[in-house]
Ligand binder design. Sequence first.
Ligand code: 4AD
Ligand code: MG
Length: 432
Amino acid sequence: MALAVVRIASLSDHLGETVTIKGWLHQKRSSGKIIFLQLRDGSGFVQGVLAKEDESEDIFALAQSLTQESAIIVHGVVQTDQRAKNGVELQVRDIELVSLTHDYPITPKEHGVDFLMDQRHLWLRAPRQRAILKIRAEIIRAIRQFLDSHEFTQVDPPILTPSSCEGTTTLFHTSYFDEDAFLTQSGQLYMEAAAMALGRVYSFGPTFRAEKSKTRRHLIEFWMIEPEMAYVEHDESVAIQEALICAIVQHVLSHCEQELRTIGRDTSKLEQIKAPFPRISYDEAVAFLQSTGQDFTWGDDFGAPDETKIAEAYDRPVFIERYPTSLKAFYMKPDPARPEVVLCADLLAPEGYGEIIGGSQRIDDPELLIKRFEEHDLSKEAYAWYLDLRTYGTVPHSGFGLGLERTVAWICGLDHVRETIPFPRLLYRLYP
Ligand code: 4AD
Ligand code: MG
């Protein structure tokens, strides 16, 4: 008899029915008379139960011989079980062995991080890693839903680029036949061109920084969402960022309840994330650090410990606005009232997760842009196309970049960004 294949996630819709599950054995417990199989199929986990007295000898013996991560097809009756996370368990009737696994490297005992990173291709199967990847996917879905429903059009900038966007020191060099090329640091400059064609646009793709930083916030390859908006000035851009972050958090709270429980996230911290977010100036942030007795000079950039100290003063993300012009990228528009600072904002996540958004209003005046090319030693030829955007129909415009992995780290409450992406590229890690 062919039975319906059911995904574990929807087992509770099949109470009392005999179903088939195609998956793997996650773990096994046995007391001699009864065997508990923890089954997984990608959609979730469920316990299968075999009592010796109810089963044929063959099936019971097969169950007893199964090893961790063996691939199996299980037939059984779905029953309620109040103790189970999803409220159901499976009375196993039959098992087909698809492939037997020997010596699975990741055992239920504790393993070190380096070992687990070497086994990342297998580690992904662990309940916690699976839950993080599910939440990552839901965060991406929330971002797309928000932007798509606010009249943004997705546009894909190139990955291979001839010039830099965020300073030349972190460029990831490669070659393009006979020319030098770089993996993109940010799609922003191209998104500015797209915004002049489509009004409101966003990109979502991988970005690369050859940063010699070995911190819990830095990846060499990370994914960024970069909205860019014509006729939008700094304040409106900040309001859109705030609404986007609130939409992401709400979506995850309502769609990832089980995953958040699996990873042990304190969701009360996420429930506090409501607009309005505090907005402080760089000046105020400096004064705050100084008031804590710290030796900090106006014009210095914040280090990770400074960011953490500032963020810890708030229960929700905090915008720091108007940094000194000298600290920020060449394209940022100076504050007309105070040209020594720029119309920018960094959004710091709570709980010490650091900067999750960097954004600004862009220079729209061609003369000033040419001056910046000179100050930053950028070749006029390489950026001629970018200058054209100011020559032909220039308008005020703003945009921002949301770092996906730091956002995932914050929402999941993870110690390190290495668990936020399936195969992290870190300073000393290109394997697997
Ligand atoms: O602040 P950044 O460098 O801004 C830009 O690249 C702008 N061009 C974006 C724009 O306006 N369109 O980077 C944006 C965000 C940071 O706030 C951070 O969340 C993330 O990207 N980020 C990193 N995430 C992980 N590893 C790294 N090495 C990162 N560098 C930046
Ligand atoms: Mg930044």
